[in-house]
Write a protein that binds this ligand. Structure first.
Ligand code: GLP
Length: 249
C-alpha cells in the first residue's frame, strides 16, 4: 500500500521532504538518489540548496541518476534536462561531478542509443541500485518518459513522446512545441520499480484526476504511474489540490 502524505501547499511539502532527505544523507552519506525534472520538484531542489547553504545537507558522498533526457539534445544545451538540473540543483550543492549520472541525449539513432541505455543500466547496477527515487507525474500518467501505451518497456530505452508531453515541455524550448524533440531516453518501468524506495510528488489541481486513477484505478500500461501500486515502499507526497479527489481527511 502506498503511503500518502498531504500538505497544505507545495512549499510545505518541499520543506518537509528536503529536511527528510537531508537527515537521510546524514545517516547514509553515500545515498544513491534518483532525480526528476519538471516544475514539481523545483521547490524541493530550492529547499535542498537552502539546506546545503545552511550547512545542513551534505551531498559530498551522494550519487545521483536522473530519469530521462531528450534525444538529440546534448548536456551543454541549455534546453537539456542536464542543464535544468544544473540550474535548479547541481549548481547549488556539493555533489561530486563524477557521481552525477545522466543519459547522454547526444547519441545517434540505432546501436548507439542502445549502447547508451545499456551503459546507464550498468552504471545504476554498479552504484548498488537507487536508494530513493524522486518522481514527478506527467499529466497523462507518465513517469520518467514512460508514456501510456499498450505495453511498457522494462529497461532504459528510447521513447516517442506523446503530443501532450511535448506541449508540457515546450517552456524549455521557448514555448515552441515544434522545437521539442520527438524522442527521448528514459529509465524503464523496471529500472524505476527496482528503486528501494520511491517518492512521487504531485502538486496542483491539474494532477488530481491522474493521482486518483494512479492510486485507485487498475494497474494499466495506459497509466504507467499505476504500476507504483506494485511497489512495497512507495510514498505519494501531494498538496491539497492534487489530493482533492482522494476523499478522506
Ligand atoms: C516531464 C518529465 C517527467 C516529469 C513530468 C511532469 O515530462 N519527463 O519526469 O515528471 O514532466 O512535469 P511537471 O512536474 O512539470 O508537471
Amino acid at each position: 500500500m502506498a503511503r500518502i502524505r498531504i500538505f497544505e501547499t507545495p512549499a510545505a511539502l518541499a520543506h518537509v521532504l528536503a529536511g527528510h532527505l537531508a537527515r537521510t544523507l546524514t545517516v547514509h552519506p553515500a545515498l544513491v538518489l534518483g532525480l526528476a525534472t519538471g516544475r514539481t520538484p523545483i521547490p524541493l531542489y530550492r529547499e535542498l540548496a537552502r539546506l546545503h547553504a545552511a550547512g545542513r545537507a551534505d551531498f559530498s558522498r551522494a550519487t545521483t541518476f536522473n530519469l530521462d533526457e531528450f534525444l538529440g539534445v546534448g548536456a551543454q544545451d541549455p534546453r537539456s534536462y542536464r542543464a535544468f538540473m544544473q540550474k535548479h540543483l547541481f549548481g547549488h550543492i556539493n555533489l561530486a561531478p563524477r557521481r552525477i549520472h545522466f543519459l547522454n541525449g547526444a547519441v545517434h539513432a540505432g546501436r548507439e542509443v542502445q549502447r547508451e541505455c545499456d551503459r546507464y543500466e550498468r552504471a545504476i547496477e554498479r552504484a548498488g541500485g537507487i536508494d530513493v527515487q524522486i518522481l514527478g507525474l506527467g499529466m497523462n500518467g507518465h513517469i520518467g518518459f514512460n508514456e501510456p501505451a499498450r505495453a511498457l518497456v522494462a529497461r532504459t530505452h528510447s521513447v516517442r513522446l506523446k503530443p501532450a508531453t511535448r506541449r508540457a515541455n515546450a517552456p524549455l524550448f521557448g514555448n515552441r512545441v515544434g522545437a521539442v524533440p520527438r524522442e527521448a531516453l528514459s529509465m524503464g518501468m523496471a529500472t524505476i520499480l527496482h528503486a528501494k524506495r520511491i517518492v512521487l510528488l504531485a502538486t496542483g489541481s491539474t494532477k488530481a484526476r491522474c493521482v486518483e486513477r494512479m492510486l485507485a484505478g487498475p494497474v494499466s500500461p495506459r497509466l504507467p504511474a499505476s504500476f507504483l501500486q506494485l511497489h512495497r515502499h512507495v510514498e505519494i507526497w501531494l498538496d491539497r489540490a492534487a489530493a482533492a479527489r482522494l476523499g478522506g481527511p
